[in-house]
Design a protein around this ligand. Structure first.
Ligand SMILES: [Zn+2]
Length: 421
């Protein structure tokens, strides 16, 4: 658009042609690949060849510094859907218990114990898209996004892949994780997406959110992690091809990211052989995520993009004019965990145990693997980070502690995904 305007302007110097306002995309596709590490995507210089993901970015952007707001689906998607920092902070430096009401990280907005995990007072991304004229469609394969909810709010169509064959006998469902994993793999998700799209009215712009879980389930599916990424990339290719055939990609925006990364038995300063995405504390492999878009999404000068920033970036791309909500600075990351608090700004990253027994500082520029605690050499930065964490801890504190305990079905779902023993 800009190049065209400049070229026309050059041809007619006496009367410069103003640059036209960019049109919002015809359709918007948000593809979330659960548990996808940034360093396993070739567009990011990663170790796995992912030609289909790379293709998305060919005329758009590879956003180098995208990070998860929290190393777990419910929190990071809660952030992405609301633009808010997910948090377990409660008053006096204490933290909320982790349960079905608090696991979106948005308890501070709840209006009572019966409110949703994404509280009803918060507008969601899908509601915003709908207000901008998009027909909103969500197809998800991670059951942590089913209930207790809020995730589906604002979607005209909402499909939970592989939910139907298993309830009401929940015990049977969770006894068969491999069968469940197969029944909700990416090919099934794609088929569901195409089926829903088939039934939509013509002429209305679409916002389509697709959440894949295959890479998360590499263990259950008995695949090496890298192989799971490679296979998923091929499925992304199949979806894009089908969308292309239906002419749904023309003048449209595709954004692909992940909700969090994964530890692959790496060793860090504090723990040895970290695995999965449990965090506590959240080292970089669980936080770094890929982010590619088929049209430029970021303004010059913006660097760090957290899950919650995608809320504003996507709505702005769709034509929203109001600025997104802001409860932390744009260039900082605060991860409010069960046992730890982690803070990052620029190259420096601090992590401290809530009980005060451990506090560490890492220089991500010289030590990206977070193996050396350098707090002794940089007391000024440590003090700055500690003060900021205290400040954010109280500004993000929930106003009333939720007493909800984990229901049996919530516990079963957490167990199935490996979050609970
Ligand atoms: Zn996840």
């Amino acid at each position: 658009m800009l190049l065209l305007a400049l070229a026309l302007g050059a041809a007619n110097c006496s009367r410069p042609i103003p640059e036209p306002e960019p049109e919002p995309p015809r359709n918007i596709f948000l593809l979330v690949v659960d548990t996808l590490r940034r360093d396993h995507v070739s567009a990011h210089g990663g170790s796995v060849r992912t030609p289909n993901i790379d293709r998305i970015a060919r005329r758009g952007q590879v956003i180098a510094e995208a990070v998860s707001s929290f190393h777990q689906t419910t929190m990071s998607m809660g952030a992405l859907f609301t633009g808010r920092t997910p948090s377990l902070e409660w008053t006096d430096g204490d933290r909320l218990d982790w349960n079905g009401k608090t696991w979106c990280g948005l308890t501070r907005f709840a209006r009572g114990a019966d409110d949703d995990c994404i509280p009803s007072s918060l507008p969601t991304l899908a509601e915003g898209m709908r207000a901008l004229g998009y027909r909103t469609i969500g197809v998800v394969a991670n059951e942590l996004l089913y209930e207790p909810g809020g995730y589906r709010r604002g979607f005209d169509e909402w499909r939970e892949v592989a939910r139907a064959p298993f309830p009401p006998d929940r015990n049977r469902r969770y006894a068969l994780p491999r069968r469940l994993a197969i029944s909700r793999r990416a090919s099934k998700v794609n088929a569901e997406v195409l089926k829903v799209l088939e039934a939509q009215p013509e002429d209305q712009p679409l916002f389509v959110y697709v959440h894949y879980i295959d890479v998360h389930e590499y263990g259950v599916l008995k695949r090496p992690y890298a192989k799971a990424v490679e296979l998923l990339d091929a499925d992304i290719g199949r979806l894009l091809e089908a969308l292309e055939e239906k002419d749904l990609l023309r003048d449209s925006l595709i954004v692909l990211t992940s909700d969090h990364g994964e530890e692959l038995y790496e060793t860090h300063a504090l723990e040895t052989q970290a695995r999965a995405h449990f965090g506590n504390p959240s080292f970089e492999p669980v936080l770094r995520v890929p982010l590619v878009s088929s049209q430029p999404l970021l303004q010059e000068g913006e660097a760090l993009v957290r899950s919650q920033d995608l809320y504003g970036l996507l709505l702005q791309a769709a034509g929203a004019v109001a600025p997104p909500p802001r409860d932390t600075e744009r260039d900082e990351l605060f991860v409010s965990e069960h046992d730890f608090q982690t803070y990052r700004r620029g190259r420096w990253k601090s992590t401290r145990r809530r009980d005060g027994k451990t506090s560490m500082l890492f220089d991500l520029q010289t030590d990206p693997g977070e193996k050396r605690d350098v707090s002794d050499s940089h007391p000024g930065i440590v003090a700055e980070h500690q003060a900021r964490m205290d400040q954010l801890g109280s500004s993000l504190a929930a106003t009333g502690k939720q007493s909800a305990t984990l229901s049996e079905s919530d516990a079963a779902r957490l167990r199935a995904l490996g979050y609970l023993e």
